[in-house]
Every structure is written in C-alpha cells, then in structure tokens.
Design a protein around this ligand. Structure first.
Ligand code: ZN
Length: 482
C-alpha cells in the first residue's frame, strides 16, 4: 500500500529516531572479511552498496561485501488470499422453475431466509427433480450472499448443501472448490475440482483454480501443469503471470533437496547443509506447538518452507530491499552462511510461522498491522526500544492511523516500513499485555467471519481505532516512559 498525505513529515521526525533505536532489527551488511555493519535503507546500485547510519548516508564498494542480512519481513498474499481476487467466468446457477422468485425469497432484507430454505429442503426430500433444483438454487443464492458478506464458513456450508441437491452441476462444484481454496483447505478444494473436471473437462477455470490449490500445497510441478492446461483452453493474464512466477520457483527449486516433518514441507538449496534443514524443521515444529496453543488453531494442510541463498531469495521473490524473509503462502527465508539454527533464525522462523497461522485462521482477511504486530510479539520483540520515538510522533499528532496500515506494506520505503512495524507491535503489545492473547484470538475469529477490523475491535475491546491508539500511547508512556 502506498502512503500519502502527511507521512513524509512523519518520516522526517522518525528517520533519525528509529534508526538510532531500531538497531535490534536493522539490516546488517556482512563484509567478505567477516565484519558486520548495522545499517538501514541498504540499497545495492550495482557497483556500490549504499546505506544509512546515524552518521548519515555512506557507501561501500560492492566487491568487498559478502551479503546483506535484512531485518524486516512482510507478509504478502497467500494462494488463498490471491484466490479472493481472481477473475473467474460468471457461471449459470442451477435453473429452476420460478428461479427469480426463489432468489428473491432465499435472500431478502439483508439476510438469508433460513425458514424458506428449510421448507424447500423438506420439499426436495419428498419431491422429484424440480424440487431438488429449487433447493439447489436457493442454497446457491444463500452461499453467494454469505461470500459477499465475507462469512466463508457459512458460505461453504450452504454451498455444500446446494451440491447435495445438484451433485452434477458444474457451478455448484466450482463454488465449493473455490470456497475451500479461499479457506486454505487445498486438498478439499482439489477433491471438488476433480469432480468438476468430470462434469466439464474443457472449463479453463477448473485448471486455473487447481493451479492455485497445488501452489498452496507446495506442488509447484502440478501447479505448472494445471496452469499450462488452463492457458491452452483460454488466454488469461492472471494465469500467465502465476505460471511465470511458478516457473521461476521451479527452475530454482529443481536443484533443491526436500525434507519434511509432520506439519512442514521444506525445500532447500543444495548449497545448504542437510543438518541445517533438519534443525530448521525441528525448530519449526516446536514453534508450531506453541502457536497452536497460543492462537487456539491448527492449520489444516502442511506448511511449505523454502530456504534460500541470499542472491536467489532476492531474484525469486523480487521483494523490496528491506525485506528479510517473507511469507506468501510459503515461508521463504535466506539462510546464507548458516550451518545451524541460531537465535536470530529461530525468531525469523517463529515470526513467519505466525503469519501462516494468522493467514489461515482468518482466510487472509486480516489487516497488515495485526499480522505484523502479532508476528513480532510472537517472535519475542517488545516496544522498549521504539517507545520514545513512537510517543514523540503520537504526541505531535502524527501517528499513522491504523486504518492506513491495513493494506499491503510492500510499497513502503525503508524508514516508513520501520515505523509501521514498530507502531503495529506497540498496538498489539498493548492488547496482549492488558487484555490477554484471548482477545487477539477473538479479534481474529471476528475477522475470519468477515467483520471489518474496526468492528472486530469494537466487539472485542469496545474500542475504535482512535481509542486503541490513545490507549497504546498511554501504555507506552506508563511502561517505557522515564
Ligand atoms: Zn512479518
């Protein structure tokens, strides 16, 4: 998300403050002689590595730099989140006698008429084909309405009920497959896509969704095959772009080794040590157990993890320079030069794994500030170092409204990104420390059910954004002020 308005002014105040205090998570430039330089805003211009320190902007010849360790890590769209915005061909709902009357009666006055649906269902149980078609149509309409509201749980239940009354109907099969995909339930989604394929084998959208489901399951080969099939049936810019990205991944990962544990599928560059891969899996499993109990949730499918060298991470992910590790449905982490899991790598893994949990728990319906705030909290980060700078900005009336930090952060400049991370952590820290992790869990549940973020805060904390920010500032003052 691009920031506008008064943010450059905030930056001017903050740039220094957070560069001074944000050292714990700034970038590190590692020289070939082993020396490390802590810096921010590190930019590689081809021949020179330029960076900022409290002393101003400096530069080093690239030839003496071994690599740059990046300090921050955003979350980007998972396959499930990406599925939400896919263009799919409009599909004919099941035809029925009195179709328009059924649509009108199934959903009216901003709600689903459950009594009407129950009546059609009992008629269908006793009746023949026309009664079945009516029930299928009504539940399909209900399901579409629930998706529009953002309530995926209800939508999928209605979609499956519709399917029981029209089991061979392509639109109904696709609807269930699509909704499971949106919920990150990839294997369920594939079951229904398989059935859809039997009913309409030349439907490009079946293969399009199949590609996304396989991506979610880390089966890049199968995703590539599905998308190629989709393109052979119909040109599609979204599929083309996804295929190109998958082919980049595949080209890189063809030489990678694989390893897996109960909850993870790991791929790693042949250059990395097998012991490192085993240790990473062991560490991830421990974090998984902790997060399961903290967030009261278990992701349904294995989580993909890729360990990269520094160069291939930058090439493959094409992320901005300040990005350390990232999570786009798979946890992608550069591990250049590491032979074992140190405390920093452990924190990075826990941070990224938190993103996977939150993404799946909320079906991707979660603002970035909550994602990044909770991920930093879980990795053990606290606001002590940044409290003074955050308070200075808040007291100057220049705090970034949380509503502006809901979208994607990949477009943020390095210092603005630092500020956004620090402010997100402060707000989440305030909630956890004063109300407990249970409130975070309840907020996530409301988001999963389609609530707006501010509504979820109102329901759980009885606060709007303004109240929360003010309470957070008070919390910082009380706990970290002099
Ligand atoms: Zn993150």
């Amino acid at each position: 998300m691009r920031q506008s308005g008064s943010f450059p002014k905030i930056l001017a105040t903050l740039a220094c403050a957070l560069v001074f205090t944000g050292v714990a998570r700034a970038d590190k430039i590692v020289l070939k002689n082993g020396q490390k330089i802590v810096a921010s805003n590190v930019v590689d211009d081809g021949t020179m590595i330029r960076y900022e320190t409290p002393a101003g902007q400096l530069a080093l010849p690239k030839s003496i730099v071994d690599h740059v360790e990046r300090g921050l890590s955003p979350v980007t769209g998972s396959p499930a989140a990406a599925a939400a915005s896919l263009n799919l061909e409009p599909r004919e709902p099941p035809t029925a006698v009195n179709a328009s009357e059924i649509d009108k009666n199934a959903v009216h006055d901003a709600g689903v008429d459950r009594n009407y649906l129950a009546r059609l269902e009992s008629e269908a149980r006793n009746g023949g084909a026309p009664a079945n078609a009516s029930a299928a149509r009504a539940y399909y309409a209900a399901s579409q309405f629930e998706v529009g509201k953002g309530d995926l749980e209800r939508a999928v239940v209605d979609a499956r009920t519709a399917l029981t009354y029209g089991p061979e109907h392509a639109a109904l099969l696709m609807n269930v497959a699509y909704l499971y995909l949106r919920q990150s339930k990839f294997s369920e989604s594939l079951d229904y896509l398989e059935k859809a394929k039997h009913v309409s084998p030349r439907d490009a959208d079946v293969y399009k969704l199949e590609g996304w489901a396989y991506t979610g399951m880390n089966r890049v080969d199968l995703a590539v095959a599905a998308w190629k099939r989709a393109l052979a049936l119909r040109p599609d810019a979204e599929v083309q772009a996804a295929l190109e990205k998958a082919l980049r991944d595949k080209a890189e990962e063809d030489s990678y080794k694989e390893n897996e544990s109960v909850h993870f599928r790991l791929k790693y560059s042949g250059a990395a040590a097998p012991e490192l891969a085993r240790e990473v899996l062991h560490e991830l499993e421990q974090h998984y157990r902790d997060l399961e109990s903290e967030l009261n949730y278990s992701p349904p499918d294995p989580i993909g993890v890729v360990l990269y060298t520094q160069e291939s991470f930058a090439d493959i992910t094409r992320a901005p320079g300040w990005v350390g590790a990232l999570n786009d449905g798979r946890i992608r982490v550069p591990v250049q030069g590491l032979t074992g899991v140190d405390s920093e790598l452990s924190r990075v893994l826990r941070h990224e794994l938190t993103h996977s949990f939150i993404q799946q728990k909320t079906h991707g319906h979660v603002p970035t500030w909550i994602q990044e705030g909770v991920a930093q909290w879980m990795e053990g980060k606290r606001s002590d170092q940044n409290a003074a700078a955050l308070l200075q900005v808040y007291d100057a009336g220049q705090a970034a409204p949380l509503g502006k930090l809901e979208g994607n952060w990949m477009g943020l400049q390095g210092d603005m990104a630092r500020y956004a991370y620090a402010w997100a952590l402060a707000n989440v820290e305030y909630i956890v420390q004063t109300q407990g992790m249970g409130d975070i869990e309840r907020i996530l549940d409301r988001l999963a059910a389609g609530s707006s973020t501010e509504q979820a805060l109102r329901d759980v904390l009885h606060d709007d954004y303004g109240d929360l920010m003010q309470a957070t500032a008070e919390y910082l003052r009380k706990n970290y002020g002099k």
